[in-house]
Design a protein around this ligand. Structure first.
Ligand SMILES: *[C@@H]1O[C@H](CO)[C@@H](O)[C@H](O)[C@H]1NC(C)=O
Ligand SMILES: *[C@@H]1O[C@H](CO)[C@@H](O)[C@H](O)[C@H]1NC(C)=O
Ligand SMILES: *[C@@H]1O[C@H](CO)[C@@H](O)[C@H](O)[C@H]1NC(C)=O
Ligand SMILES: *[C@@H]1O[C@H](CO)[C@@H](O)[C@H](O)[C@H]1NC(C)=O
Ligand SMILES: *[C@@H]1O[C@H](CO)[C@@H](O)[C@H](O)[C@H]1NC(C)=O
Ligand SMILES: *[C@@H]1O[C@H](CO)[C@@H](O)[C@H](O)[C@H]1NC(C)=O
Ligand SMILES: *[C@@H]1O[C@H](CO)[C@@H](O)[C@H](O)[C@H]1NC(C)=O
Ligand SMILES: *[C@@H]1O[C@H](CO)[C@@H](O)[C@H](O)[C@H]1NC(C)=O
Ligand SMILES: *[C@@H]1O[C@H](CO)[C@@H](O)[C@H](O)[C@H]1NC(C)=O
Ligand SMILES: *[C@@H]1O[C@H](CO)[C@@H](O)[C@H](O)[C@H]1NC(C)=O
Ligand SMILES: *[C@@H]1O[C@H](CO)[C@@H](O)[C@H](O)[C@H]1NC(C)=O
Length: 739
């Protein structure tokens, strides 16, 4: 049952996606955008450019190359994007210099409008000197350079390692805080949407006092590393981002010398690594020592296996709530009933009772179902004027606003997110909404009053947001995804002052700080924390930083989070602990390639990802994907049979030179876990030690899981490693296949 609806949904999504990318990429005579990969970065960039033109020229069907060549990549890898027919793409793929050719896709910014806030507090230990040497790269919708969050007061010149540029277009000025900007799809890196400004300021924005959304959530808006520098790469426009622009962003960011890259965008469903520019770009970043974090996706609890950030060299981030909830109230009649709902409502009706009208009765031309929901243009302006409209669906908010209603009462789809609304509007649970309808039915002159939002404390936080995509990993069932959870609900951060703060495009308000939600918002929180860790450990590898964030995460409560580890991975990020993890799981050179070999990728697929002629080491086919040196231990086992699986791991001591760690298993679990050896005794720093874990248990049902936590502890550190055994088969055949 669950399985079949999941399949149906995926099928529809694939069709839609293909349509989008065709419609988007299509030009006259059936040309589509293809990306051609030519291997490792060339020695000279000018030679690469002429090579790209010459190759296109030799596809004799093209009249003038300039019209077809879209991008040249030559800084961190060699390749280009061009508009080609299928035949030309095939021909190009046969050239001996060409490693691979694959079609472009359309990616989306992963915001479900709404907000909240996490923070390293202001008294936490910091090294401002080290922090000002960290450069956070953000691939997004651009940035608003004049925002207070990016002012460079008190900043010295950019770090010496910076090799980037300010190419934000006309009337775009960088400074010593925002040290670089580039744009790919448009002439300017200026953020007309708000998303990129929001994510960049969340990761590394300045401390800005008295920030608020119309007085709501007033306080200090700040990024995780306020003294760090920002480089913005505008790869998205109108909330859409293409494969070729994303790759161009990675090509530049890596070569410009950023320390880490925050990517709050993705596809709606997972695709194979060799079809995913984020996986490909992040692979090159990892090889150059740059950690990439990506939002897990906003597909929510529609089904499992929807997390779309699945590569083990990426840190994939789920979104969770914080302890601040935005609520508002509606009072029915003369105080007959007061109901509490969700929304970010900055308006006040000034204690006036307003007549209610139901969408069903406020139309002259729509059918009953559309009228109840207030769809499209169903509402009659005359009938809603000076009234509060009842709409069965949330998009009634836009419709009622456009029809000139005074307010809206609607029913929510998600019970943990508050959306910014363009008029006094409240969303209620189904139960409360039905109460309003009963009241409406029961009286001749129904009236109501909607109050401005307030913030209250949510004692159940953190809880993984309902919209946050769930695992397990659809392609590599033995690598747990998402990796970690961070605040992504109701986040206040800087915004573009030319964009509508709500999803209603006709909302005329303009703000400097806005409240929005999504895994897009959680990703830069993790980028901020990774940067913070980097200030204490400038030489740690991307995998060591990732391990530090994961093994120190706060445990989250399985019963209260649908999907448990498939929702939150290792748990909720814990910035202060992350700087002192004790032990880390580091990967060594070649591990990523060996991993790809272990999951059966052929040379063709590996070439697309690594961009060169790397082939599988002879013995790598013997390696098991679950033995990839990852901070979580996950295995797919067949359903309906008792199982026994082993894992091998190697930890590196980064805590105290002489230290002894004991293994314990936390939480009651149906899993039986044996760790050998049970004690690891280190004599010096950077010493590595290996251990083996055997997990056995009784038969599991289909599409189910069992989990426990292995903890290595000395006197001061707890190194937490979730152990997840499940029966969700890898997905194949459903998604677009290789060429
Ligand atoms: C700030 O955080 C540190 C570490 O978590 C904690 O010890 C301290 O009490 C916090 N200070 C305030 C003012 O909240
Ligand atoms: C702060 O960082 C700088 C540069 O990395 C380093 O030289 C200095 O020793 C650090 N200071 C402290 C107090 O750790
Ligand atoms: C440059 O951009 C800023 C911010 O949008 C605007 O206020 C200013 O008028 C612009 N200047 C020019 C010369 O276009
Ligand atoms: C912040 O706002 C408070 C009251 O709203 C005011 O007293 C204070 O001066 C403001 N601070 C700054 C730096 O604007
Ligand atoms: C409520 O009063 C405020 C301040 O007087 C005013 O700005 C606002 O427009 C009023 N709201 C309505 C719905 O009349
Ligand atoms: C809207 O309702 C008013 C009042 O009932 C009616 O006169 C008008 O014709 C309606 N408008 C449309 C477009 O149906
Ligand atoms: C309200 O009245 C309509 C008919 O007038 C009826 O169909 C509906 O069930 C009633 N709803 C509630 C919640 O009482
Ligand atoms: C091929 O790519 C891998 C991964 O980027 C890199 O480690 C290796 O050095 C490259 N080999 C050549 C010959 O460029
Ligand atoms: C890859 O290897 C093939 C065959 O060994 C060779 O013809 C081709 O030039 C190589 N490509 C690159 C980019 O090194
Ligand atoms: C494969 O061989 C290399 C070099 O001989 C060795 O370091 C590595 O441990 C081997 N890997 C496996 C999985 O046997
Ligand atoms: C580890 O285990 C040993 C013996 O089992 C015990 O003596 C020691 O106190 C333990 N250490 C810690 C940190 O729990």
């Amino acid at each position: 049952m669950a399985m079949s609806s999941f399949l149906l949904f995926v099928d529809i999504t694939v069709i839609l996606m293909l349509c989008i990318s065709l419609c988007h990429g299509a030009v006259e005579d059936d040309r589509k955008v293809y990306i051609a990969y030519l291997g490792a970065a060339p020695d000279r960039e000018d030679i690469a450019t002429s090579q790209h033109s010459a190759m296109l020229q030799s596809l004799s069907t093209l009249s003038s190359v300039e019209n077809y060549l879209i991008k040249s990549y030559k800084r961190s890898f060699n390749g280009f994007a061009a508009k080609l027919t299928n035949e030309e793409a095939k021909k190009l793929a046969s050239f001996k210099e060409v490693v691979s050719v694959f079609p472009s896709k359309v990616y989306h910014l992963q915001t479900t409008r709404s907000w909240d806030f996490l923070g390293l507090n202001q008294t936490v230990k910091r090294n401002a000197t080290a922090e000002s040497n960290v450069i956070v790269g953000v691939l997004d919708s651009g940035i608003w350079p004049e925002s207070d969050s990016f002012s460079d007061e008190g900043f010295g010149p950019p770090p010496k390692k910076w090799k980037g540029a300010c190419k934000g277009g006309q009337n775009f000025t960088c400074n010593n805080k925002l040290i670089g900007a580039r744009a790919y799809h448009s002439d300017s890196a200026r953020d007309m949407d708000g998303h990129g400004t929001h994510t960049a300021s969340t990761a590394a924005g300045n401390n800005v006092v008295n920030a608020s959304f119309y007085g709501l959530a007033e306080g200090i808006a700040r990024g995780g590393v306020p003294s760090a520098r920002i480089a913005a790469y505008k790869v998205c426009d109108d909330k859409e981002c293409t494969s070729e622009d994303i790759l161009a962003g990675f090509d530049d960011a890596i070569a410009d010398g950023v320390d880490l890259i925050s990517v709050s965008l993705g596809l709606d469903i997972p695709v194979y690594f060799y079809q995913d520019s984020v996986a490909i770009g992040a692979f090159h970043a990892a090889e150059k020592g740059v950690l990439v974090m990506q939002s897990a996706g906003n597909s929510g609890t529609t089904g499992f296996q929807f997390v779309s950030s699945v590569a083990p060299w990426i840190l994939s981030v789920a979104a969770s709530t914080t302890d601040r909830l935005f609520v508002d109230k509606v009072v029915l009649g003369n105080g007959w009933k007061t109901l509490t709902g969700l929304s970010v409502n900055s308006f006040s009706l000034n204690r006036t009772k307003v007549p209610l009208v139901y969408g069903l009765q406020a139309t002259s031309y729509c059918n009953e179902a559309d009228a109840r929901a207030c769809h499209g243009h169903c509402l009659n302006k005359t009938l809603v004027k000076n009234k509060i409209v009842l709409c069965d669906e949330m998009d009634g908010v836009d419709a009622a606003y456009d029809a000139g209603a005074l307010g809206v009462i609607t029913k929510y789809d998600l019970d943990d997110v508050s959306f910014v609304v363009p008029l006094p509007a409240i969303t209620l649970s189904s139960k409360d909404y039905d109460l309003v309808i009963s009241y409406f039915n029961s009286t001749k002159e129904p009236k109501a009053e909607i109050f401005r939002s307030e913030t209250i404390k949510d004692k159940f936080a953190p809880k993984v947001a309902s919209f946050s995509s769930r695992g397990p990993n659809a392609f590599v069932p033995d690598i747990l995804k998402p990796d970690i959870s961070a605040p992504g609900v109701d986040i206040l951060a800087a915004y573009s002052p030319v964009a509508s703060p709500s999803t209603t495009t006709t909302d005329p308000r303009r703000v400097k700080y806005n409240i929005i939600s999504g895994t897009s918002m959680s990703c830069p929180h993790v980028a901020g924390v990774a940067a913070y860790v980097k200030t204490f450990h400038p030489h740690w590898s991307p995998s060591a930083i990732k391990s530090a964030l994961m093994t120190t995460a706060f445990p989250m409560d399985a019963p209260r989070n649908q999907g448990a580890e498939f929702a939150y991975g290792s748990g909720h990020i814990n910035p202060v602990k992350a700087i002192d993890p004790g032990l880390v799981y580091d990967t060594v050179e070649g591990d990523n390639i060996r991993f790809l070999c272990s999951i059966g990728y052929d040379e063709g697929s590996i070439k697309i990802i690594a961009g060169n002629n790397t082939s599988c080491p002879k013995n790598s086919t013997k390696m098991l994907p679950r033995d990839f040196n990852y901070p979580t231990l996950t295995a797919l086992v067949p359903a309906g049979k008792p199982f026994k699986v082993t894992f091998h791991r190697t930890v590196t001591n980064v805590g105290v030179a002489r230290s002894t760690y004991n293994a314990t298993i936390a939480a009651l679990s149906e899993l039986e876990i044996k760790v050998v050896p049970q004690v690891l005794s280190f004599k010096c720093l950077t010493e590595k030690m290996s251990y083996k874990v055997t997990v056995s248990g009784k038969a599991l049902g289909g599409r189910s899981m069992a989990s426990a936590t292995l903890i290595w502890s000395d006197d001061t550190h707890d190194v937490r490693n979730p152990v997840v055994i499940h029966t969700y088969e890898a997905i194949s055949g459903l998604f677009e296949s290789h060429d």
